[in-house]
Design a protein around this ligand. Structure first.
Ligand code: FAD
Ligand code: MG
Ligand code: MG
Ligand code: MG
Ligand code: MG
Length: 466
């Protein structure tokens, strides 16, 4: 078939197992993982492949270290530094059969215990995708599982607000990053041809970031860093006209932090000239402006039109179709809107052999990499120790939260469960932020590349090219 696949085989086994012999029972149970993100790759890393046949299915041939994604559009960190090919993880699994299908799972057939996969044209974020031609469209296959681990994550939610899908840009996958950079560069180029005071010039140089969570704040901070540290050096008159807006529906940004840290964060953003719009909801997006409604009192709202050149939408996620389709078929999942309901052992309610981890699961926890990673670690322990069905409940240990604000300042609240180990904001916290992010990166190649990107930044301007 045209589905591209990758296999490692046990080093000592004499016969290379073929796809068909793999799908048929070879005595070991088949564990199928959906997704190559925090949940899926962490599961792959920790599962004992000598005990199970392991198959990973994901349309995305790489893992993405999302915490540093806000650093890539402006080139603080290079895109290739924060992705790691799935095969690099798979080749380390030498004690058993591990397969990777670069394909999208389109349906979970929970009665037959199979997953339908469809091949698709892979979009290469770094140029034209030549090898996509070799993948035939509409090739499909059913992969049999004994246990299914679904970790497909979630997708950006536009909340049905008109115009967001057409005119907004997301920052969720690596391919979003060069798109944002390209648009900002093109707007700078166009603005530079217009005279000062021209409203079109002002519009082109306006960036609106919607969503005051860590992603929105870090993205706004990184954009402002580029403007203040690099753009200012060669286009000072353009740099001083760039205006970044940060829009948040709640009365505070970064609401997962204590109020002392959030007010510090707001102060830093305002000092770097980012305009904050709190208690503000975007109600409509047009090609060249958006409508923002600010709550002034319980009964009054003020409506404002903000002309923009670049709009970045970072407000939260909703479940993917493969998940909502499954929910509709299981009575125990009825009415679940945020994802698959799981029991305390992360088993999908209403099914016997399907588990959900990460953003596609509703376990009452925040949708974070931290949670997805710990859930994967827990579940692999259960599988590796043959405790399926008799496992102790999953317990989450909170290590705190971190956010970069721009201008080499960050806030951090580092915990060990309920114990607080460090809380603070400023330049020292920024270096703590860098160290902790480095330690969280799950491959040495990636860690090395990020470190060298930061080192390079100390000597040169950011790589801000189309
Ligand atoms: P993902 O990591 O999103 O992985 C989902 C995978 O499933 C992907 O490989 C995708 O291609 C694949 N997939 C999708 N559809 C299908 C399908 N039909 N079939 C098969 N595979 C499919 N969390 C933190 O804890 N700290 C942070 O600092 C932080 N920063 C973030 C910054 C940004 C910009 C973003 C977007 C998120 C950030 N998060 C952070 C959140 C964190 O990334 C997510 O909670 C985490 O990725 C969830 O892991 P997951 O495995 O559920 O989903
Ligand atoms: Mg995943
Ligand atoms: Mg991920
Ligand atoms: Mg998930
Ligand atoms: Mg993600």
């Amino acid at each position: 078939s045209g589905i591209s696949s990758f296999k490692t085989a046990a080093k000592k086994s004499t016969a290379q197992p073929t796809l068909s012999s793999y799908v048929t029972n070879n005595g070991k149970k088949n564990v199928v993982i959906l997704g190559s993100g925090w949940g899926g790759i962490s599961f792959l890393q920790h599962i004992d492949e000598s005990k199970y046949n392991v198959t990973l299915i994901s349309p995305r041939p790489h893992f993405l270290f999302t915490p540093l994604l806000p650093s890539t559009p402006v080139g603080t960190v290079d895109e290739k530094s924060i992705i790691e090919p799935v095969v690099n993880f798979a080749v380390k699994k030498t004690k058993g059969n591990v397969s990777y299908y670069e394909a999208q799972a389109t349906k979970i057939n929970h009665v037959d215990n199979t997953v339908t996969i469809k091949s698709f044209s892979h979009v290469n974020p770094f140029g034209s995708s030549k090898n996509a031609d070799s993948i035939k469209k509409n090739d499909s296959a059913d992969i049999k599982y004994d246990y299914l681990i679904t970790a497909v994550g979630a997708e950006p939610n536009t909340f049905g607000i008109p115009g967001v899908q057409e005119h907004g840009m997301f920052l969720k996958e690596i391919e979003h990053s060069p798109k944002i950079r390209k648009q900002f560069i093109e707007n700078i180029e166009k603005a530079n041809l217009l005279p000062k005071g021209d409203p079109e010039r002002k519009r082109l140089l306006t960036l609106v970031v919607v969503g005051g969570g860590p992603t929105g704040v870090e993205t706004a901070g990184e954009l402002q860093d580029y403007v203040d540290q690099d753009l200012k050096k060669f286009l000072p008159s353009i740099a001083e006209e760039v205006q970044i807006h940060l829009v948040e529906a709640l009365p505070v940004i970064l609401n997962m932090f204590e109020s002392k840290l959030t007010s510090y964060a707001q102060k830093v953003l305002e000092q770097t000239s980012i305009k904050l719009h709190l208690k503000t909801a975007v109600s409509e997006v047009k090609e060249k402006y958006l409508v923002a409604k600010t709550k002034i009192s319980d009964t009054e709202t003020k409506s404002e039109e903000i002309p923009y050149g670049t709009l970045i939408w970072a407000t939260g996620n909703k479940p993917r179709t493969i998940v909502t389709d499954l929910i509709k078929e299981i009575p125990e999942q009825e009415g679940s809107r945020r994802g698959l309901l799981v029991d305390e052992t992360l088993k999908v309610k209403g099914l016997n052999n399907v588990y959900a981890i990460g953003d596609n699961a509703v376990a009452g926890l925040a949708p974070t990499a931290q949670v997805a990673h710990q859930e994967a670690e827990y579940l692999t322990k259960v599988f590796n120790k043959n405790q399926i069905g008799s496992a102790k409940p999953f317990k989450y240990l909170h290590y705190g939260a971190l956010a970069y604000l721009g201008a080499e300042k960050a806030i951090a609240n580092i915990t060990y469960g309920k114990r607080q180990l460090y809380t603070g904001g400023g330049v020292i916290t920024f270096y703590i932020w860098r160290l902790l992010y480095l330690s969280m990166i799950i491959s040495w190649r990636s860690r090395f590349k990020v470190m060298s990107d930061w080192f390079k930044l100390a000597l040169f301007k950011r790589d801000f090219f189309k």
